[in-house]
Design a protein around this ligand. Structure first.
Ligand SMILES: Nc1nc2c(c(=O)[nH]1)N[C@H]1C(S)=C(S)[C@@H](COP(=O)(O)OP(=O)(O)OC[C@H]3O[C@@H](n4cnc5c(=O)[nH]c(N)nc54)[C@H](O)[C@@H]3O)O[C@H]1N2
Ligand SMILES: Nc1nc2c(c(=O)[nH]1)N[C@H]1C(S)=C(S)[C@@H](COP(=O)(O)OP(=O)(O)OC[C@H]3O[C@@H](n4cnc5c(=O)[nH]c(N)nc54)[C@H](O)[C@@H]3O)O[C@H]1N2
Ligand code: SF4
Ligand SMILES: [Mo]
Length: 697
């Protein structure tokens, strides 16, 4: 068999996969020995990645809607139809009513092409992707405080930490190979503290678990800061040298005593005091966090609170100490880096900076509108109001993964035209006017950027099934049909992925010292430029990339979730992930071994609550919120605190996003995916899927 080294297409850890190929198929996947991130290890999803891309069940030709059905078509006809519809939308409604949602699972080259298509061909900054509902609060919150929204450390330097704090992240499930590293660091002697309302696997083995109430992160952080300041535990040298607004923050938290925070967070005051002393007193505190921080209507403030905490203790700027948003998707860091956001071009060059717009206008030979454009949820809202005409969704399944599914349906159905570029016919693709078949990670060359800013090579191992093509090639063909035909920078007629990479590097100072050949074998971590020609493993070692070079403390205040339990909806509801499934499930649910482990979307509930409600373990239940209704089975689970229930969001038959609340963070438009209120009742019959329920209506 041929062995081709590539990168895992699931989570942001970015493990090395060795694809064993024979007879034009990936026969087996093995870990890459000596890989800088995974060092010969993989989790269950990595081992099973070949099932996710098998040709059976994949889209093999373009599909064109005819009434309620699709018919197969060739590229010529399908692309002509897409071009015609975008042209019509542009001429009738202008560039503010068209947009692109790109794909954090596709390569950097695909994503570069997506934003260039939006900006140079459609003439709009309406480009966004799932980072919006993932780590956009990290990008906003850490940029304001530290000057960069990325992970400050490398995963490997956890070996040097004496204290590891895991805050609102279920690392053993969701970043499993890194979760293993945390366990090994703990065995080596590092202390581990987990802050999570659920008893996660790491919480079971942690030295301390702060089982806070849902959505009370800021109350807890402000109390920790109050203890640190009042006991004089802050790192005064670091603050004097590198940080502004110390007194402002100190005054702001002066009244936030642990006794004040105890009823809000549910954590005993003395436990907060111990945590504050331990965090402030450790020499290398590695703080990492996830969706338990970001997925709130106050997500940006949650992130700022954590940055304040790390700064006050000086836990930044050296190996083993930092603040680390564990980026979720295999290439979500890359999709952001490539400028698939409404306010930045590739390399975080701002769309509201005239010089930047002029630079891209000159390179691409297309005039550039001033930014920013619309976020993904803003495009959806506009569509529902009848103010958005044509949308391209490249590799996302918002019907399953965006909040408030009924509203998402309404938005997509209100569009004049929807085109979806996908590997399979997802729930979202089923609503499209045209569906275009994309090549998967194993069928194309390119790069992915993992959560620690490491850009790594992805290699073509097999041919794509049927007529499927790389996303960038599809976009290039479409651009040409829409009159944007040039070679080089002033067009999208690339022949190979490395031409796109070279164009991206030439236009982005942040990546200016990168080259295609230098990416092998270990990848390169940005910034990779004249000052850091070999990239950078740890950020903030020489101060901060803010306007004055100093980090900015920002006072933030506690606010609870927008929707709390009440008499009608008495239970707090949250959503989480399962190790064996990924995102909308469209890839992992094709793997029999993964599907066998967790075949269904279940409701996890504290046994006392369940018994009091007259439920039996595994019994069918109805779960209802103000927005929707689903049926499933209840699982008694000691890891759940009383008063809180949770459901995974991977299952199209039981979509927890029928229930979730799309109230949004004012800064980033992040919806509150982690908190709303539901009622649960026993069902006298087996649970029905939402597809059955909708058909019965
Ligand atoms: N197996 C698997 N792995 C994945 C994914 C997947 O779908 N499946 N998705 C990938 C993606 S896109 C992402 S973004 C990452 C996400 O990875 P994580 O951030 O780990 O994701 P979640 O499981 O959604 O939520 C994390 C934790 O937040 C906790 N939490 C909820 N509310 C609060 C709160 O108010 N405070 C605190 N402190 N904690 C709270 C939950 O109990 C949960 O344990 O995973 C990536 N990896
Ligand atoms: N309730 C609730 N909802 C959530 C979350 C939550 O915690 N709770 N988490 C949110 C988060 S953090 C995220 S990141 C989102 C994720 O939301 P999505 O991005 O919608 O989820 P994925 O399953 O990653 O979907 C990606 C799609 O891309 C396709 N794909 C893979 N590779 C390629 C490629 O190379 N080209 C193309 N064109 N397509 C490709 C896959 O087939 C898949 O259907 O979900 C969010 N939704
Ligand atoms: S930890 Fe993430 S990158 Fe590594 S094998 Fe598992 S899913 Fe893939
Ligand atoms: Mo994510």
């Amino acid at each position: 068999m041929d062995a081709i080294d590539s990168v895992c297409p699931f989570c942001g850890v970015g493990c090395g996969l060795r694809l064993q190929v024979a007879e034009g198929r990936v026969q087996q996947i093995l870990p890459v020995p000596g890989h800088p991130v995974s060092d010969g290890r993989l989790c269950a999803k990595g081992w099973n990645a070949a099932f996710a891309i098998e040709p059976e069940g994949r889209l093999q030709t373009p599909l064109i809607r005819e009434g309620k059905r699709f018919r197969e078509a060739g590229w010529d006809e399908a692309l002509a139809l897409v071009a015609e519809n975008f042209r019509a939308a542009l001429s009738l409604h202008g560039p503010q009513q068209v947009g692109v949602i790109s794909c954090a699972r596709a390569t950097n080259e695909d994503n570069y092409a997506a934003q260039k298509f939006a900006r140079a061909v459609l003439g709009t900054h309406n480009i966004d992707h799932c980072a919006r509902i993932c780590h956009s609060p990290s990008v906003a919150g850490l940029s304001q405080t530290l000057g960069s929204g990325a992970m400050s450390n490398s995963m490997a330097d956890i070996e040097q930490a004496d204290l590891i704090v895991v805050w609102g992240a279920d690392v053993s499930e969701n970043h499993a190979v890194f979760g293993g590293r945390i366990l090994r660091a703990k065995e080596r002697g590092a202390r581990l503290i987990v802050v999570d309302p659920r008893v996660t696997r790491l919480a079971h083995v942690a030295d301390s678990h702060l089982q806070l109430k849902l959505g009370s992160n800021i109350a807890l952080v402000n109390a920790l800061l109050q203890v640190i300041f009042s006991e004089g535990l802050q790192n005064s040298d670091f603050l004097a040298q590198h940080v502004d607004n110390v007194e402002l923050l100190q005054r702001h938290v002066a009244a936030c005593t642990p006794e004040w925070a105890e009823p809000l967070s549910g954590i005993p005051a003395e436990v907060m005091r111990q945590f504050a002393r331990e965090y402030a007193g450790s020499t290398h505190a590695f703080l990492c966090y996830g969706m338990g921080i970001t997925q709130f209507a106050h997500g940006t403030n949650n992130v700022i609170a954590l940055a304040d905490l790390a700064l006050v203790c000086g836990h930044l700027g050296h190996a083993g100490a930092g603040i680390n948003p564990l980026r979720g998707q295999n290439n979500v860091q890359g999709a952001c880096d490539m400028g698939c956001l409404p306010n930045v071009y590739p390399g975080y060059q701002r769309t509201d900076d005239m010089q930047v717009c002029e630079k891209f206008a000159a390179a691409w030979q297309r005039s550039q509108p001033p930014g920013p454009g619309m976020t993904s949820l803003a495009m959806m809202n506009a569509a529902r109001r009848g103010e958005f005409a044509a949308l391209m969704i490249m590799g996302e399944d918002p019907v399953v993964t965006d909040p408030d599914q009924h509203q998402v349906h309404r938005a997509l159905q209100a569009l004049d035209f929807l085109v979806v570029i996908e590997l399979t016919l997802t729930e979202t693709a089923k609503l499209a006017d045209v569906v275009l078949p994309a090549a998967s990670f194993a069928e194309k060359d390119g790069t992915f950027s993992n959560c620690e800013r490491r850009m790594q090579r992805v290699r073509k191992a097999i041919a794509a099934p049927g007529l499927a093509l790389e996303d960038w090639r599809i976009l290039g063909l479409l651009a040409a049909r829409m009159g944007y035909q040039g070679r080089g920078y002033k067009g999208m007629a690339w022949q190979q992925a490395d031409e796109i990479f070279d164009e991206m590097v030439a236009l982005s100072p942040l990546f200016s010292a990168m080259s295609w050949t230098r990416l092998s074998p270990q990848g390169l971590q940005w910034p990779c430029d004249a000052t850091h020609p070999d990239g950078l493993a740890v950020l903030h070692t020489q101060g901060f990339a803010t306007r004055n070079g100093r980090a900015q403390l920002l006072p933030v205040s506690h606010v609870g979730p927008a929707e709390c339990p009440d008499a009608e909806y008495p239970l707090a509801f949250t959503t989480h992930r399962l190790h064996y499934h990924y995102g909308c499930g469209s890839m992992t649910r094709r793997a029999p071994l993964l599907e066998r482990e967790t075949p269904d979307g279940l409701l996890f509930m504290n046994p006392d609550d369940a018994i009091r409600a007259g439920l039996q373990d595994h019994a069918p239940v109805a779960v209802q919120s103000r927005r929707g209704y689903v049926e499933t089975r209840v699982i008694f689970c000691d890891d759940m605190p009383k008063g809180l229930v949770t459901m995974p969001y991977h299952f199209r038959e039981v979509p927890s996003n029928r229930l979730t609340n799309d109230v949004q963070d004012p800064v980033t438009r992040m919806p509150e995916l982690k908190a709303c209120a539901v009622k649960v009742s026993a069902l006298a019959h087996a649970p029905r899927s939402v597809q059955q329920l909708d058909a019965e209506k």
